[in-house]
Ligand binder design. Sequence first.
Ligand code: GLA
Length: 388
Amino acid sequence: MQPQVDQVEPGVPEELAASVRRAFEESYGGPPARVGRAPGRVNLIGEHTDYNGGLVLPVALPHATYAALAPRTDGRVRIDSRQAEPWEGTLDDLAPGGPSGWAAYAGGVLWALREAGLGVEGADVYVDGTVPLGAGLSSSAALECAVAVAVAPDADRADLAAACIRAETEVAGAPTGGMDQHVALLAREGHALLIDFGSDETRQVPLDLAGRTLLVTDTRVSHALTDGGYGSRRDDCEEAARLLGVPSLREATLDAVEGIADERVRRRARHVVTEIARVTETVDALERGDWDAVGATFRRSQASMRDDFEISTPELDAAVAIAVEAGALAARMTGGGFGGSSVAIVPDERVAAVARAIDAAFVLEGFRAPAHLVATPSGGAGLVPLPA
Ligand code: GLA
């Protein structure tokens, strides 16, 4: 039974696909060839570890982005959305240094796919969806991956992920690590996805929540990964690896890290090395059904992100603390940080109470009202069949 909580609804895929198809027809005067769908994600644990060759454990949300697309042959691209201003230009305009804003994410994928020999010679695209924007739930990867599967549904998923990552890092200029695109493309319903960025291997980890809910709370403090905070953390990690003489912090030991003289760089590296270990501990604990142990790794992860990596916010710290006080088995902030969302594992019968307790605490603190969503572990990107 779905717990009773005032939440952001994921919507019904067939209905959303039909609605994006209608909007496409209104914008462009003809039907799309395909509608691609790709989910947002919530990361259970493993934050800022992907670009350090480490481990991550994300889950795909039932909330997704839908991209209706009709290929063109004249090099032109038109992109429109219910959420943003339309963009029009040519494929060549979409290269690095091209558009800014959301068109860079959607259009950047068209550019990167063509670079990879998987693309189209132009397209009309219309996008809509239910992944909250700016909530740290990877709306940008969902957008990229929805466009990618609509362009090349049969392509190898690793190739699609690579093109989406190029769009995000080279065209949109967000120096992110690849977790979000991988999970959007590879997730399996009822599972978390363990990704090893050292070996590029993935493993589906069954997530038997029986009687528990993944409750995501969007603090509605917005962040952008193109702001300086994310990039400066990445720079500190690279500096730490350089000081230790290792290719990435995946190869660093905690002992070696504790010897780094620069106090800030030492703390950043300590977060990464301990966080990678916590991913393995969490997977083991989930496989044993040991929720106390999951709670303990989440607690240590939150402290590490707050004190060592300094990416939490007062709103995130409050959401996490109140969730645990009100009965969550585990809670931590999730995603890039500097705002965004927390994730909590909550016994079904406590979900409404946890959400209410967070709402009340936010009123008292004078924070913006948060939004909650239930993260039923969902499947990865694909085409949504269009009714005849
Ligand atoms: C963002 C990035 C990811 C990852 C997380 C932090 O979501 O897109 O690549 O680095 O932050 O774990």
